[in-house]
Design a protein around this ligand. Sequence first.
Ligand code: BGC
Length: 766
Amino acid sequence: MFIKQLSAFIGIFMLILLVSSASAQLSQILPRGNNTLEKRIDELLSKMTIDEKVGQLAQIDYGAIVTDGKLDLTKAREFIVNKHIGSFLNVQGQEAKIVQDIALNETRLKIPLLLGKDAIHGHALYPNGTVFPMPLGFASSWDESLMEKTAAITAAEMTATGVNWNFAPVFDVARDARWGRIIEGYGEDPYLNYRLGLAQVKGYQGESLSDPNSVIATGKHFVAYSETIGGRDYSPADISMRTLYDIFLPPFKGAVDGGIASIMTSFNEINGDPATGNAELVRKTLKDTWGFDGIVVSDYNSVAMLYHTQFVAKDEMEAAKLAIEAGVDMEMTSQCYLNNLKTLVESGQVSMDLLDDAVKRILRGKFRLGLFDGKKTVIDESKLNTPEYKEVALQAARETLVLLKNEDLLPLDLNTVKRIAVVGPLADDAQNQLGGWTMQQPRENVKTVLDGIKALAGSSVEVVYEKGVNITEADVEGVSSGGGVEDLGLGGSTSNASMDAAINAAKNADVIVAVLGEAANMSSEPNSRAYINLPGRQEEFLKALYATGVPVVLVLINGRPLTIEWAAKNIPSIIEAWFPGQEGGTAVAEAIFGKTNPSGKITVTFPKTIGQVPMWYYHSHQKNWDGQEAYGQRYIDVEDEPLFPFGHGLSYTTFEYSDITIVPTTNSIKVSVSVSNTGKMTGTEIVQLYISDRVASLVPMNKKLYRFRRISLDPGHTRRLTFDINVTELSVLTKDGKRVVEPGDFDVLVGSSSDDSKLLKSSFKL
Ligand code: BGC
């Protein structure tokens, strides 16, 4: 009951929020109550046997139809023709066309297949697909329109390789830097997650799903998958209703209202109830209350997990029953539905209505994609990684970069620098730079930092390169000692000779560019880390470089906030490049030489030490009366502050905020502020607006992000910005689970980071 009430309130809240946002047109994508469509679905359903219905709910992994690494037509036909399956995972290219043709030509009802794939940062799991920055990095751009554009390119490349269903975007609000999958989403803020994720949904799905270049987008992982215990993957989410409804559900609700066509359930349990068997959240909240009429797909084997690893079912048949009742329409890879649903329905344990509802949703997806209306699978690899797409990938990489620190070193002046030492294990590592969910890409597709610096430095500058150290030191088989990681096959121990060679090269340079960080598979499923420092001997290497006295630019390529306290104190300039994608090296070089001006802002908090984790910017007020942080909510051995706060990111120019005014009307608050470029270079600022509720019936948050805007300003120029906030957005959850707007005083904070000292403040009363 509690959940139902909450859902209703959050529904109204998010609806109003959406109407006032730029993405309102998205609701046009999936017209509801389309009679013709529903008639066609019913008509087809009425012709289907129970076997054909059950088959539609199965998604089979590519691995099941392969022999000796090649598509096995006998196995494929067994699933498509005899078992009537509705979908494959990871079948692409010519093989996608082959299986689609079998479905269209050799099955009784000629129902086309959904072909699903994870393309979370470009079509990176396809050879020669365009690889954009990994989402957490790209989120630093706060650039919805560029995110939409990259998603549209991804969709075009997917359709050119026969794939029509993308398992992206990742709406997991991620707050624990140890968690390996933090890199796959947009960071710790629910509002930003919703805005950026929805922009990508719009790009994937296009104006209409039936367009030739559109694919179905999937919001995943529903829900609270990222609320881990200690950052471990697949761990339970033991979570309050307030956190669930305020932090984890809103991005999904926004996506549903924006027309997303599928949602994936997560592996984790929520307060003991696994997401894939969770009728309260999936059937009641997502489907009944929010009105989601698309496809709910399980995660990989997560239906079978209800029996095999989570022990809420006594066998696979009971797992199937739980999942279908919960509202999971399609089972990914395990075959509990395929093997048991017919029996369950025929014995009356599962109603035909429930089965029909699931089948209709899958058919609806196929109709919406235009698959019944002559949409052809045309494989055309010439459409991949075009010059235009490369340019967009470069722009995405540029906007991904975050200048974490800069003390009079960057940009480098090419008139004075004659010798640059480029060092470090990620300076010329084309594959790791791309991040996870990526297959081996042609070397020539990727610009490493070394490539970029060589290309842009010009002939008068000598560029020397030495790797110096490995990414990790896998000194013990399996798990290495001293804060290392599992042996991820990254090359074993660093030799002293290799380190010495790099130090010697560095000694004779005018400047050192050290490219350090993590391997792609250190930030991935299920690779969480207990230490989030620079792995292996990299910090030792950095200290040795620093000791040469030659100025060091540190470039980080990594998938999570790292504890780089020493570097932040001692190294003059630090660029966070994340996993910046195929053009990352060019973007880094451009920033180093001042051809571009960095503008990214981190969307996760960087802690000083692992002991502060988890750490995020919004938290209960809990101040003392004198305004200081509450007594006791601190450590005795580290300051309260993070190393770098959410929203932080520098520029080569400076911005100043002034003249904040607030005009409350009956339904909305209008906040205006002036932003000036007070430096010497054109720059882009990401203006952030936070609101703090001073008193509420449940302890209010210190601040929450409500709006943001990217603006470009020339030196000496000022722009006046106005933000409209609907009062309903100020609603809070009360003790009895209602969402209400409570009258009182609110502070508005506007500025260039979540750090209070950088925020201009004003107040209003409701
Ligand atoms: C992941 C999902 C992914 C699926 C299919 C799972 O292991 O959790 O995010 O979509 O595999 O590749």
